[in-house]
Each structure stands twice: as C-alpha cells, then as structure tokens.
Ligand binder design. Sequence first.
Ligand code: NAP
Length: 240
Amino acid sequence: MNYSCNKAATKYFPLPWRFSQQSVADALSASLDRLQVASVALYQVHWPLSFLLSQQDLMQALAAEVKRGRIGAVGVSNYSASQMRQAHGYLAEQGVPLAVNQVQYSLLNRKIETSGVMATARELGVTILAYSPLAQGLLTGKYTPDSDLKPAGARRISPSFSQENLTKLKPIIQALKEIGQEHGRTSAQVALNWLVAQGNVLPIPGAKNARQAAQNAGSLGWQLTIDELDQLDRLTQDYR
Ligand SMILES: NC(=O)c1ccc[n+]([C@@H]2O[C@H](COP(=O)([O-])OP(=O)(O)OC[C@H]3O[C@@H](n4cnc5c(N)ncnc54)[C@H](OP(=O)(O)O)[C@@H]3O)[C@@H](O)[C@H]2O)c1
C-alpha cells in the first residue's frame, strides 16, 4: 500500500470534548484543511491526556488514519516511558509503529536520560524529537550576565535567564564557543549537533528569522569528536 503524503507535521490536542474516534478524524480533517494538504507526514498527540476517549481508542483512530492514507506516521508528545510503551502497544495491535515522542531535551535538560524515556524509545525504535533543544536560546551563548541583550516574552521573568543562572552557565557557554571555533561552527550548531550524536534524536529548534533557521540547519552534516562529546556530557551532568 502506498501512503504517500505531504511533508507537513502537526499535532492533535486531546481536548475533553473530543470523546469519540470520529472527533479524532474531524480534528485531522480540520488540520488538513488549514494546511491545505491531503495528508501529513507526522501527526502527534500533544499531551498524554485521556478524558472520555481512552488511549486505546485514540491510538486505534490514529492507526485507522494511517491506513486511510491521511497520516504518514503517528507520534506522541510529552509521554512518559510507560505512556509511550502503552501507546506503542496499542498501535502495534493495529500493525502501525509509534514513530516519535516529542519531549524537552537539550544539554540543559537531560531528564529523559534518567526518567526511562530515552532507554524505552531506543528499545522500541521510537525517535526522540527534541523540543527546546537550545534551552530557549540559552545555548546560543548570546544571553550573558554582562550583556544588555534580554530575551523576549516570558523568558524575561524565567529563572533560567536570571543573572545568577547565566553566571552559572558560563563554563558550558564557553565550552560550546571553543568547540564551535574548532569546527567553524556556532554555539547553537554545537548544541544541536550534540543532540544528533545521541543517535535516535532529532532536534526541532525554534527560529525567529531565516538567519537563525539557516544557521540551525548547519548543525547537520558534520560531527563532534568523541572528546568533545565527552566534555559536553561531563559539563552538563547536573542537568540529567
Ligand atoms: N511539544 C511540546 O509540548 C512543545 C513545547 C515547547 C516547544 N515545542 C516546540 O519546540 C520547538 C522549539 O522550542 P523552543 O522555541 O521552545 O526553544 P529552542 O528551539 O530551544 O529556542 C528557540 C529560540 O532560540 C533563539 N534562537 C534559535 N536559533 C538561534 C540561532 N541560530 N541563533 C541565535 N538565537 C537562536 C530564538 O529566540 P530569540 O532570538 O528570541 O532568543 C528562538 O525562538 C518549537 O517548534 C516549539 O513548537 C514543543
């Protein structure tokens, strides 16, 4: 069977009033209309929420859409190790793989390495889509305790962007910069490349403009050395 589809990826939010399998199909129809495509490559469940529609029924509805050709692959987001295993099992009953779990993962948030999410994803063949892979811009190195540059939006009041935290991050920011210089790359590219080097990980950095998007794309096609990976690993052990 040929499930050729558009390259777009989007998400499904399990809202309380989406309580039937038909409502999953309707939500997908509305997404396809908005995107003006006949199908999406990846359709992800945004949060592991279950109201009146059980996870089993939700996964069955998504598997049916794969077979119908409107979804190329099924993903989940913010699922724990056990929730991911359960979703994987319900999909497997329908002969459909679980393609991705989109979770927060960066050098400054390595919790999936200790929570079981990473190990389970590897065991099940699930790709980790790493969101906030630049720690919302911190790993670009442009926000420093001495600079006048302040982040926009909610980051202004986030403890992560406080003077105190920016000072604490200095050794990591310095290492990213120095490693980048060795490769003719930016700190952001090094931080993203470290994620790619973990194997089953695909970072999805946000970009405010074309320059950032182009730079982030430059995190692919080259490799950090084993020593550099080890150095970054050691410097960020506290974030596991
Ligand atoms: N599944 C979920 O629940 C969930 C939750 C959160 C986010 N996400 C997704 O994850 C993706 C990215 O996460 P995120 O935006 O939170 O964090 P991020 O990718 O870690 O950081 C993105 C921010 O860093 C700055 N930046 C990016 N590239 C840069 C570069 N090359 N040079 C300098 N600055 C750069 C930009 O902000 P400034 O220029 O303003 O600093 C940009 O908005 C988004 O697509 C988002 O939809 C998913």
